[in-house]
Design a protein around this ligand. Structure first.
Ligand SMILES: [Zn+2]
Length: 208
């Protein structure tokens, strides 16, 4: 125990150490930083953390986290609602957004199909995607999923269900290396992959 002489400090360290990527030593450093910080600074942090659970919503269209029932992107009249970029999670959506090369909307699946991990289509927002494509005029669906076996499986699943309803289904150009997660690609590379995106058929034509 690093902090056995103070239960209050110990509790704070235990809770901070539960966060991903933070060991107990870092947790202690952060806790001691907060002990020495201004009260208002600590209260602002505590409030911001509480708000994540009490006030944050999920956008009813794209399933991104949002301050309102409809997120800023879906509600923005400058965004093209007829181009949907499908991503596995919020982090990838933020990565695409940070390229400043995309003016359509998103659809956050909540993962990719992965039987090994027990994730089937039913656990992802796939039916919601198909419903969106069927009920709204869609020009293009951009599949921006990771270039892994699971990403490929999910791409095929979406293609199979949407090929007749979406006029165009495209993939990020493979400047995105195989097995790479979008989140870790630099913005310039990801932006270029988005601009030079290719049609699903031209990539997978031989196996369709
Ligand atoms: Zn939205």
């Amino acid at each position: 125990m690093l902090t056995s002489y103070s239960k209050i400090l110990e509790t704070a360290v235990n809770e901070i150490a539960k966060l991903p990527g933070i060991g107990r030593r870092t947790a202690l450093r952060l806790a001691l930083h907060l002990v020495n910080a201004e009260t208002v600074e600590v209260e602002t942090l505590a409030h911001a953390l509480t708000e994540l659970k009490s006030s944050l919503k999920i956008c009813k269209y794209c399933f991104a986290i949002s301050d309102h029932d409809v997120c800023e992107i879906c509600a923005n009249p400058k965004r093209n609602p007829n181009i949907i970029c499908v991503v596995q999670d919020i982090r990838d959506m933020i990565a695409v957004e940070n390229t400043n090369q995309y003016s359509g909307v998103y659809h956050v699946l909540g993962g990719v199909i992965s039987p090994v991990d027990g994730i089937g289509p039913g656990q992802l927002k796939l039916q919601e995607l198909f419903h969106r494509i069927e009920n709204h005029p869609v020009e293009e669906v951009i599949l921006a999923l990771p270039s892994t076996a699971e990403g490929d499986t999910t791409n095929f699943y979406i293609y199979k269900h949407c090929a007749e309803k979406a006029p165009k289904i495209s993939l990020l150009a493979r400047g995105v290396g195989v097995g790479e997660e979008l989140e870790y690609i630099n913005e310039v590379t990801l932006g270029r992959s988005l601009i030079t995106r290719i049609s699903f058929e031209s990539q997978y034509g031989s196996v369709l």
